[in-house]
Ligand binder design. Structure first.
Ligand code: BG6
Length: 304
């Protein structure tokens, strides 16, 4: 069967290739596994809680309606916890929408969110529908989100696919095509223009790259081989994160303790600015993840 509802999760399998599959936990509509020809492309902590008690450490947690912790105390998202409530609410499984590629949908509305948590967002004034579509093709996984304002109150929000990739060794991995972009280094608390032609990872890393041209792909390259090509639709920003030793030690659900060497988060989102939706308006965005690929150099390292 291509789609199996297993109660707390949904498993989808490619109709032509049983080694290509994905598992989506209803809690957070978190994709917790995506196997391409038997290889899991996503990193999932061995200590990840999958019982709905806390957001999943690994896979693809969904960040809405705020990225990180809101600093502006007058903003309606100020009282919400870090990364909002989509990743810690149980979504409804809406069913299969396509056979090949195989696609499934999940939905979230205020009725699915813990009442207390929901009321922390603008005193519960915002009515919304989120629809997540997960599409598994033989050579890619696409996650698409649609946000609709179904109420009378205008609201604004951040969106982010907080994707954890599985790597052989992060110290052998480079991330490409982010040169010459404005970035905010969350560790230094500084804004600057990224000058590295390729990012490498030898210590804690937490940067938000802004306005990454949508025609650019972000690639992960391991010792000369492209291991991931990431395409984005309507998601201008990208967060690149690795907690490294000290930060991951402080996370009880981050296991094994040297797991930071085996993962990297590349998180396409709309986080530098918020999206505003008035009554009845809709917004949609997606990421397409392709294992492997030809190297695409889309930065000019020769121009000053
Ligand atoms: C990243 C942020 O997106 O998420 C980091 O840039 C943050 O600053 C990380 O530490 C993990 O957040 P959390 O809430 O899942 O521990």
């Amino acid at each position: 069967m291509a789609v199996e509802d297993l109660g707390d999760k949904v498993r989808i399998v490619h109709p032509k290739n049983p080694d290509t599959s994905a598992v989506i936990l209803k809690y957070g509509a978190t994709v917790i596994s995506w196997k391409e020809k038997g290889q899991d492309q996503l990193w999932l902590s061995e200590g990840a809680k999958l019982d709905g008690l806390k957001p999943v450490r690994g896979g693809i947690p969904l960040v809405f309606p705020v990225f990180g912790k809101q600093k502006d105390e007058n903003h309606p998202t100020f009282k919400l916890p870090q990364h909002g409530f989509a990743r810690n609410s149980t979504w409804e499984f809406l069913g299969q929408t396509s056979e090949e590629p195989v696609a499934v949908q999940f939905g979230l509305g205020p009725e699915n969110v813990d009442k207390e948590l929901y009321s922390l967002w603008d005193e519960g004034k915002n009515d919304f529908t989120l629809i997540l579509t997960v599409t598994l093709a033989e050579d890619s996984l696409t996650t698409r989100i649609e946000v609709e304002n179904t109420g009378n109150n205008t609201f604004d929000f951040n969106w982010l696919f907080h994707t954890y990739y599985n790597l052989d060794d992060v110290t052998d991995t480079l991330a490409t095509n982010l040169m010459d972009l404005q970035c905010f280094d969350q560790l230094l608390g500084e804004h600057y223009v990224e000058k590295l032609p390729m990012l490498s990872f030898q210590e804690e890393f937490d940067r938000i790259y802004k306005n990454v041209d949508l025609h650019k792909v972000i690639q992960l390259v391991d010792r000369g081989n492209v291991v991931l090509t990431l395409e984005r639709d309507n998601l201008p920003d990208a967060v690149v994160w690795n907690p490294w030793i000290k930060k991951s030690e402080g996370m009880a659900d981050f296991l094994p303790k040297d797991g930071y060497l085996k993962m990297l988060c590349v998180e396409p989102g709309h986080v530098a600015l918020m999206v505003k939706l008035t009554k009845g308006e809709k917004w949609s965005a997606a990421q397409k993840m392709i294992p492997l690929g030809e190297i695409k150099v889309q930065t000019n390292i020769y121009e000053a």
